[in-house]
Ligand binder design. Sequence first.
Ligand code: ZN
Ligand code: ZN
Ligand code: ZN
Length: 337
Amino acid sequence: MGKRKSGPFSGQQISSNFSNVTNFPTFFMIKRNSTVNETFHTVSPFLVEKAITETIGEVKSTKKLRSGDLLVEVHSRKQSQQIVKVKNFSNIPISVSPHASLNSSKGVITCGELLNVATEEILKELQSQGVSHVRRISIRRDGQLLNTKHLILTFDSAKLPEHIKVEYMRLSVRAYIPNPLRCFQCQRFGHSKTSCRGTLTCARCAEVGHDSSRCTAAEKCVNCKDAHTSFSRNCSAWKLEKEIITTKIKKQISYPEARKLVKSMTPTPGNSFVSVAKKSSSAPSADRNTDASVVSNSQPSESLTREPLRGTSSLGVTGFTTPRYPSVLSPSVFSSP
Ligand SMILES: [Zn+2]
Ligand SMILES: [Zn+2]
Ligand SMILES: [Zn+2]
């Protein structure tokens, strides 16, 4: 199995200049302080623009959300410190706070040398580079949980650094893309069993009223109706879901926005993504790539893509892709006629 050349993984002397780590919040929510629920839907954009430039200068972007609140992205640490102090836009009282989720990002590093180092120690050593959390990816093999050399790092900045320094090593950081969350009760994507409002549906035959544990009926997928189980990685609906999540993270947009974008890249409306993905899934490399080039240099690569045991979350243990490199649903999928 060929090693990817993306990262010089050992023995590299490098400088300690990691200036690309930002380490301060760049996305801020601005709400109107109003007892009668007034929002920015009724405020002149001229007033907003003028108020922002006069208080903190020109910002990277300003968006009005559906809620009527503003989402502002700032350029610099200075603006980041200034914006939270702003109390009024002209005569309109406001409150400013860092956005709850947009100011952090998750990346994956691969490092055999850290295989036997505790994640607490790794966190302590990497904190100065903006790392706020470390989780090791483990895989289940023959009922045993095994550590891998892949680590998921959470950074306290919206922009993922391209590299991270581990003493004399320089490791490339790939964006972490979680697998689609599939409900173990109704088998649909996007929620878990605990919040399911659907009915118990068999993951093997798609019939309602029983689970798949003792089912021997013919395989049928709940989500795409094809002849495979609902947890199959060949499922076109799963691949579509994965592509939406990938787009959401790569472009830092909301799930609905990402969904719209992915759908709009589908060649023919109506003859949707599903049939396109189906065609391409017979290509020789498609299957193996499904879950990530990241896993291609680890020995037990298939197990990363395997359906986790009943009752375990697919999010924690299974795969991820590296959007900076081609993944299974790279644009070539969409460009076919
Ligand atoms: Zn459900
Ligand atoms: Zn069944
Ligand atoms: Zn399917």
